[in-house]
Design a protein around this ligand. Sequence first.
Ligand SMILES: Nc1ncnc2c1ncn2[C@@H]1O[C@H](COP(=O)(O)OP(=O)(O)O)[C@@H](O)[C@H]1O
Ligand SMILES: [Mg+2]
Length: 224
Amino acid sequence: MAVIELKNVKKVYGKGNAQVEALKNINFKADKGEVVLIMGPSGAGKSTFLTIAGSLQKPTSGEVLINGEDISDFSAKKRNELRLNRIGFVLQAYNLVPFLPVEEQFTLVDKVKKQNNLSRDELNDLLKQLGITDLVKKYPSELSGGQQQRVAIARALYANPEILLADEPTASLDTKNVEEVGQLFKDLAKKRDKAVMLVTHDPRLEKYADHIYEMMDGQMTQKK
Ligand SMILES: Nc1ncnc2c1ncn2[C@@H]1O[C@H](COP(=O)(O)OP(=O)(O)O)[C@@H](O)[C@H]1O
Ligand SMILES: [Mg+2]
């Protein structure tokens, strides 16, 4: 069974003349163990798609299924729980807390979600795998873009989600960092059995993808 599936999803923003049909009729599936890229120009609907797939907002119509369960009508409380327990987000601005050093970005997660986070040893392994072990005492402002990105990925994974969603994860990274982050996403899918969905317009990520979708004017076409 697909870990995440969208059926006939539409999203309309605004009312009357100001209406924007951001998603027209989206049908999409992703499985564990796979990296899926969603590509397309600015304004195509990529972020809208990702936030609906991740239950940050509801579709105007259609179904969103997580492990076969329709979440489109979940209450705010149930959607919060779902996000907390099953879905990891890496958002465009990384969303690190500026006044906390790296190590406390993780203890913050413990305060919000008390169970099933990575153990101390698992976190240390993850930090090592990401090459950020030496950065734990530093503040976000002391890190490069690539380092912040890796800390944001580590924080999303710390809560041990089945699904990892990232919006433009390589924006502002140089090619070396793109290769590292791309390989990392691939390893997460293959070695940790996550479903990884990346919204990007960075062609340097294509070689890490199992599937590629192109989004244009609210419609999605599978390319690979
Ligand atoms: N909160 C919103 N209110 C109104 N229109 C929005 C909102 N978010 C996005 N849009 C519009 O929906 C379309 C798709 O936007 P978005 O999903 O952000 O695309 P992308 O991430 O591909 O750049 C655009 O026309 C955008 O202006
Ligand atoms: Mg966007």
